[in-house]
Design a protein around this ligand. Structure first.
Ligand SMILES: Cc1cc2nc3c(=O)[nH]c(=O)nc-3n(C[C@H](O)[C@H](O)[C@H](O)COP(=O)(O)OP(=O)(O)OC[C@H]3O[C@@H](n4cnc5c(N)ncnc54)[C@H](O)[C@@H]3O)c2cc1C
Length: 436
């Protein structure tokens, strides 16, 4: 085995950094090339004088096994904090308060009627039995469920109210996509996280990628323009320099990977066509604390109730130290609104959103003292029917001799833990190729 083989990783998002972390551990000579002046990609944090604002990924879960392992190995476990475990859902003219760990709160609060609650409980019990084996971190494990969209399946399995008031708002708030656009494999896999706690990192979500990067060779401001497989090596070109490596791991979004990877097979072609939802995240600073009045971390707004907003996060309920003074809310727009508004000017978007906010939290507009808007044209990969099957086939087909590998959330679960799992998978694969 030649462990000093060179690996070039394109992209310092959490998937690329994880691949780099484990490849370096296996003894490889790793270089990460990043287009931006900062590491982390969509795990980004903006620090202002008063607020720590996560602009992309918002929270983690105590069920994110791969991420927790990384956090432990990096000695930053003291960064982990639990958010409040209460959520709110808008229905009619009020916000219903739901405890994530107490399903009876759905019926006690009057959010569901008895028949709807029984249908949910019965369906969940059935699902639990069917999903004992697959891992919720690994989307390819769910390919046997990847044959129908969420809307059709859930209407039948749970009934329309559960689709409209629980599944639809979850998919829009977390992934900016609708149940019609999403395979049932995704919510079924997500149901395995139900018993876990929502957590985050004290000093901002970007702490994790920044910490991984400390021990890696990273070239910032190095946008990769071309990758050539020269048979004896792989050449990776940036504007100023060519890098030569034995393997390249492309850990960007699918559209960029598609331009860089030339000799693709049919299954790579399908995965590289993955499209992304869009969103806009707007952080509003408030004069006074909201946490006295509201104990929710997240408020979900179902399609039937919303204009543009899919979720409102009350940041002092995420962690009190995120806000030095007053309060901070993070507002996320639903996917279709994200696509519609993304090119509009900041004032136009903010005015429209402030108006809508007052519908859910009356007079909140009078409290706003700060606003900052973050646009995500490529927010999250769509989990269309067939993506899990495609990943499974990709993983089965890859073999020694493949020297350009793909990582990133479109190659796994569409969130941080999924992206990390693809990084772990790629690192193990390359190590396996070089060991046998
Ligand atoms: C608004 C929003 C909210 C989210 N909320 C959550 C959440 O609460 N919890 C959760 O778990 N997940 C959440 N996610 C999803 C999560 O952020 C992503 O799944 C994850 O960060 C993706 O990581 P990645 O490494 O696959 O890609 P990315 O983070 O996109 O990394 C790709 C990297 O490649 C770089 N790059 C691109 N082109 C080139 C090039 N040519 N040369 C070199 N480098 C290049 C980019 O600059 C970037 O750094 C959210 C995402 C968004 C946008």
């Amino acid at each position: 085995m030649n462990n000093r083989k060179k690996i070039a990783i394109i992209g310092s998002g959490i998937s690329g950094l994880t691949a780099g972390f484990y490849l370096k551990k296996h003894g490889f000579d790793v270089t990460v090339l990043e287009a931006n002046p900062k590491v982390g990609g969509r795990m980004a944090t903006f620090n202002s004088e008063k607020y720590i604002i996560d602009t992309g990924a918002q929270f983690l879960s105590s069920g994110y096994k791969n991420i927790l392992k990384l956090i432990k190995e990096l000695n930053i476990a003291d960064e982990i904090v639990e958010t409040t475990q209460i959520g709110g859902i808008v229905k009619g003219n009020r916000i219903y308060s739901l405890n994530y760990h107490n399903p009876f709160s759905l019926i006690v609060s009057g959010f569901l009627n008895f028949k709807e609650f029984i249908s949910l409980a019965f369906g969940s019990f059935k699902l639990k039995k069917e999903t004992r084996r697959p891992s919720p971190s690994n989307y390819s494990d769910w390919h046997q469920f990847d044959n129908e969209n969420t809307q059709d399946w859930s209407d039948q399995f749970f009934g329309k109210t559960i689709t409209e008031y629980l599944l639809e708002p979850t998919l829009e708030a977390f992934y900016f996509q609708s149940p019609e656009e999403t395979s049932k494999a995704l919510p079924i896999a997500l149901s395995k996280y139900n018993t876990f706690k929502t957590i985050t990192l004290k000093s901002g979500i970007n702490r994790l990628p920044t910490k991984i990067a400390e021990n890696l060779k990273i070239e910032l401001n190095s946008k990769v323009l071309e990758i050539n497989d020269n048979k004896t090596n792989i050449e990776i070109k940036t504007k100023d320099k060519s890098y030569f490596a034995d393997y390249a791991v492309i850990a960007t979004t699918a559209d960029i990977a598609k331009n860089l990877h030339k000799n693709t097979n049919s299954i790579e072609n399908k995965l590289l066509e993955t499209k992304y939802s869009s969103t806009i995240n707007i952080a509003f600073g408030l004069k006074n604390k909201l946490s006295g009045k509201f104990n929710y971390y997240g408020i979900f707004v179902p399609r039937k109730e919303r204009k543009n907003i899919s979720a409102i996060a009350i940041e002092s309920n995420k962690h009190s130290k995120r806000v030095a003074d007053g309060d901070l809310i993070n507002v996320m727009l639903a996917g279709k609104s994200g696509k519609k508004l993304i090119d509009k000017n900041e004032k136009e978007i903010i005015d429209e959103i402030i108006n809508e906010l007052d519908d859910y939290i009356p007079n909140i507009s009078n409290e706003i003292v700060f606003s900052k808007l973050f646009r995500w044209e490529k927010a999250e990969p769509y989990s269309y029917v067939g993506r899990s099957k495609n990943i499974n086939e990709y993983r089965e087909r890859i073999k020694k001799g493949n020297r350009i590998l793909l990582a990133g959330d479109y190659m796994g679960m569409p969130f941080t833990e999924g992206a990390v799992e693809t990084g772990v998978w790629v690192a193990n694969k390359i190590n396996q190729f070089e060991t046998v």
